[in-house]
Design a protein around this ligand. Structure first.
Ligand SMILES: [Zn+2]
Length: 307
């Protein structure tokens, strides 16, 4: 991390060590929910799901989200990026950069609409749907080389949040700005439980979102409230691909050495998870077998960020 501020690496190390220490302590009982390793899900619960891209929140956590809503609690989702790079990188070779930027922004607008529809199905109100609009594919760079000097996205052509739908339009694409915006989200949501991507994920945006969460939670003494999930779990995971009703999710190879807690979905929750996922038309068109492999009877959440 050549240009990181001196405090960040030290903070992350401390955070990861603290996570390891926590593993020795007994996890809070699932109580009414009967879920080992998760805090009790109740009316006082304020759940925040940290999603690097639109769809991640549904893949990882649609079951837990529905259960919190059913318990009378609040659910919020913060999307770090609006997913303006993924499909274009694969499908479009656009000669005009201006046209490419316009298409990337259109894609982001579509994916934000899909995210609103998907999470509304899971019980998330509009006020809990929080888009930060940072650059798809560029989040790790913001935390390292672009903490102060703005990054320009090769996809949407912007060096600042270009989306009117975002919480803070016009905020620069820098690590410092991202950290401030994320802190503002924590201030607004006041989560009692945070579900974040593990820094073990193979996708750099996911790793960065995990590190961002760990650093911010550590500063606020909230690290014990963080649980970790993975989407890009390595070695072809999740296997098998495609929709398989009633089958649990297997642990990801990248999480080896980290024993996750198992959250069991009821059949109706699994059905609704599928419905939410189907709202992501742009993503289902390009990678349905991968996405559908997350519609299982279990969701896996780890109390520790690493072995
Ligand atoms: Zn993602």
């Amino acid at each position: 991390m050549p240009h990181a501020s001196p405090s960040l690496p030290a903070l992350l190390l401390a955070a990861l060590n603290a996570g390891a220490a926590l593993a020795g302590a007994s996890a809070p009982p699932g109580a009414a929910t009967g879920i080992a390793g998760l805090p009790r899900l109740e009316a006082a619960t304020s759940l925040l799901v940290v999603a690097p891209h639109p769809d991640d929140e549904t893949l990882c956590c649609a079951g837990v989200m529905q259960r919190v809503v059913r318990a009378g609690g609040r659910v919020s989702v913060v999307w770090i990026t609006s997913g303006d790079g993924s499909e274009l990188a694969l499908l479009l070779i656009e000669k005009s950069l201006l046209r490419q930027a316009a298409k990337a922004r259109d894609l982001a607008a579509r994916r934000m609409r899909e995210a609103r529809a998907a999470t509304a199905l899971l019980g998330v109100p509009a006020a809990g749907q929080l888009f930060l609009g940072y650059p798809d594919g560029g989040v790790l760079g913001l935390l390292t080389d672009h903490r102060v000097r703005a990054y320009t996205s090769p996809f949407n052509g912007a060096a600042a949040v270009p989306y009117a739908q975002a919480l803070f339009p016009g905020h620069p694409y820098t690590g410092e700005s991202l950290e401030r915006d994320f802190a503002a989200v924590l201030e607004r949501v006041r989560p009692t439980l945070i579900l974040a991507p593990t820094p073990l994920d193979t996708h750099p945006d996911h790793r960065a979102a995990g590190l961002l969460t760990i650093a911010a939670a550590t500063r606020r003494g909230m690290l014990p409230q963080v649980r970790y999930w993975i989407v890009h779990g390595g070695e072809g995971w999740p296997t098998p691909r495609g929709l398989l009703a009633g089958v649990p999710l297997t642990p990801a190879p990248r999480m080896r050495g980290v024993t996750p807690d198992v959250f069991w979905l009821e059949p109706a929750e699994e059905d609704r998870k599928l419905k939410a996922l189907e709202a992501y038309d742009t993503q289902m068109r390009v990678m349905a077998p991968f996405l559908l492999a997350f519609v299982r009877t279990t969701e896996l959440l780890a109390s520790r960020a690493q072995p």
